[in-house]
Write a protein that binds this ligand. Structure first.
Ligand code: HEM
Length: 272
């Protein structure tokens, strides 16, 4: 039946559309994450290397540097500087060419990604729950749940790699990538929303307005749902789900591009 309604050329086009929509989204995200890494190194890296710790607060932060809080400042510095490492390692893992041509590099960057992602979650818990860095209960709850997902997904990605179940490993590794990218998506989501609406509609300074709530939880839940759709469409024998998912991914890529532009032009660029 399906071979009559969806002849092979249509299926080939559908599979190609899905694949290229995914690649386009990844290119946009890679540019945005490269900007995130560059900002971290140019802003936090230079100030930390020159001992200007108070300079972390030259941009708006909740706490950042607190005079006299050596432990908190040290953990903040480790968290923020390792954010560049986890983001870079995450991007490397998703490039198929690196995986195929340099399998040893893929294994080591994968271990680095998972170990540092675990540290990011644990240090994030500490900053939020022990140091008490929080804008609102709802935004803290959202990021703590993201941290828990990072730990669970990362452990499953690692376990499946050790057991050589590579299909499962790939699925959990991509879910980990989405959860780790949640904090980057949060920034992209905020700026994308502000630009699309020409202002902070439904937002508050404590990240607890109606739009903020959708964005703080959606920063990882929406990418994770889209990833599942992408997996399912890829496995589907029919052309329609592939075309539909490709269209959704293209819309996501367009929104991501707007948000990436916003983060570079308005969130990070002015502080460099
Ligand atoms: C794994 C991915 C993560 C990355 C890449 C990341 C990245 C960052 C960056 C770049 C900053 C500096 C703030 C800025 O310049 O905007 C930061 C601060 C912070 N992060 Fe994370 N983070 C991650 C995970 C988490 C998690 C899971 C939590 C909470 C459970 C968390 C809690 C915090 C807190 C509380 C601050 C301090 C903010 C302040 O003092 O203003 N992070 N993070």
């Amino acid at each position: 039946m399906s071979s009559i309604s969806s002849p092979p050329p249509v299926k080939r086009v559908a599979a190609g559309a899905l694949r290229w929509a995914g690649i386009l989204w990844f290119i946009v995200a890679a540019i945005g994450q490269a900007a995130f890494i560059s900002f971290i190194l140019a802003f936090y890296g230079t100030r930390t290397a020159s001992g200007d710790y108070a300079g972390w607060n030259d941009k708006p932060l909740i706490d950042g540097y607190i005079a006299g809080d050596a432990t908190g400042n040290f953990i903040f510095a480790a968290h923020v500087l390792l954010a560049s490492v986890v983001t870079f390692a995450g991007l490397m893992q998703l490039v198929p060419w690196i995986r195929r041509a340099f399998p040893m590099l893929h294994r080591w960057s994968g271990r680095t990604f998972l170990v540092v992602a675990g540290f990011m979650a644990l240090s994030g818990f500490w900053l939020t729950l022990v140091r008490g860095t929080s804008l609102s209960n709802v935004s803290s709850a959202a990021i703590v749940i993201d941290g828990l997902l990072i730990l669970v997904f990362g452990a499953l990605a690692w376990r499946n790699a050790i057991r050589r179940r590579f299909d499962q490993h790939r699925v959990w590794a991509m879910r980990t990538f989405m959860a780790v990218s949640g904090v980057w998506f949060l920034r992209v989501g905020i700026m994308g929303w502000v630009l699309v609406n020409q202002g902070p509609v439904g937002m508050s300074d404590s990240l607890s307005g109606p739009a903020d709530i959708v964005i703080v939880f959606g920063s990882y839940l929406i990418p994770l749902v889209l990833l599942e759709l992408y997996f399912r469409a890829g496995r589907s024998a029919h052309a329609a789900p592939k075309f539909l998912t490709a269209a959704i991914v293209l819309v996501a890529a367009a929104f991501t591009a707007i948000g990436v532009f916003g983060t570079i032009a308005l969130m990070w660029g002015p502080y460099l």
